[in-house]
Design a protein around this ligand. Sequence first.
Ligand code: SF4
Length: 243
Amino acid sequence: MQKQIIKNIKTVLEFYNALGFERLPISFISNKLQGANKQKNSSPITHHPSLDKEAALKALREEIGECNRCRLSKDRTHIVIGEGNPRSRLMFIGEAPGKEEDLQARPFVGDAGMLLTRLIEKMGFKRKDVYIANIVKCRPPMNRDPEKDEIEQCRNFVERQIEIIHPDVIICLGRISAQTLIGNVGLKITAIRGKFFDYKGIPLMPTFHPAYLIRNPKDKWLTWEDAQRVLERLKPRCRMQDT
Ligand code: SF4
């Protein structure tokens, strides 16, 4: 355990050193240590207005490399990191890439992706204005749910994406995304959707996964209700991009 903690600290220091930071706020380190201990962490993420977000995401991608940290590496075609505007105020996070996403190396590009794009446009944005990612970056075989150990191996990457992008609101698409970021695997999406939670100081709204909405179109209006709550939260600053 101690060796793993030291390794995690070293990785974090190298990452921020590569971005040009000469020293780190203590919260960065304590967040990582708590993550290493797999404890729920509610410390707010430190916002760094001067951070070059493109460079930080690029450095993260290089760090992930041709990852084989979990068994999902075996059957994937591509690692699907995420895409969109690194300065977006709104971030969508699903659970895992599907077949189309695995082939194209892009998140949410199949039928569920088309539905997500329509939701984004109905909210008044363009898809390129927001940032879209998943909890795990490789497709689980037969589109099964990612397993606990796979999520634990991969979650550091999405947490780092959130830290870099630092959106004003996160929308979790589906149960697994919400359970992972809220830190409670017992939560049911039907019970938590439409309510704001806190992810390290960032409001987090769980809603249904678009794939579920394709199977249950009668629930689309509930997701639209959730999206409207998010729009209310974003209102105080009308720009879609951070500066
Ligand atoms: S799912 Fe994540 S941890 Fe597993 S191989 Fe892919 S990138 Fe690595």
